[in-house]
Design a protein around this ligand. Sequence first.
Ligand SMILES: N[C@@H](CCC(=O)N[C@@H](CS)C(=O)NCC(=O)O)C(=O)O
Length: 211
Amino acid sequence: MKFYDCKMAPNPRRARIFLAEKGVTIPTVQLNILEGENLREPYLSVNSRGLLPTLELDDGTRFDEVMAICRYIDELYPMPKLLGRTPIERARVESYQRKAEFEGMIAGSEAFRNQHANFAERSIPGAPRQSVPAIPDLVARGRQTIDRFHAWLEALLSQSEYLCGDAFTMADITTLCAVDFHKWIEVSIPATNTNTLRWYQAVAARPSAQA
Ligand SMILES: N[C@@H](CCC(=O)N[C@@H](CS)C(=O)NCC(=O)O)C(=O)O
């Protein structure tokens, strides 16, 4: 297998942490998104959307989307369980990781890309051969969504150790990557959100968080 990665980018990091938790190492090709390496050949022949990460199998099959990659890896390496141990836990992991993706990752992307000079014509990820100009009003909307996400997270973590109960899961991974991504727009967990801060200390201290 081969993993197409961008070390600095938050979505590939979700997959890297998942792989690290599973103890799986895959040869990696690094691309520089800031320089637009993902939007030109040879990468567009690997992934015509220009998105990272992509997983390439030994028979040449390729797919993108972090969750597709994680589910495939989970089929090959079922332990430790990161996608839920019971039907209810699996539903919860799906629901919460998706929420973290939309209200954490995508809201962060909206706030970051619509204000950063490097992305003035690249305000959505990928979109090769197309100019997608920034819409500055979306910065405030992204930040507002993150505020709502923080409130939801604090209420959830006042009831449980991790997002989905007593086990670390993919929902924690996506949320950790979102919270760290928000530092790029100088947004942090509010100081009053003590449960979220306790959770953050624990998940950020896991060796996989260095991935
Ligand atoms: N939903 C996708 C999101 C992938 C994504 O947005 N990746 C970003 C890096 S964090 C990217 O490829 N950006 C390319 C660009 O900015 O041109 C997934 O889960 O893999």
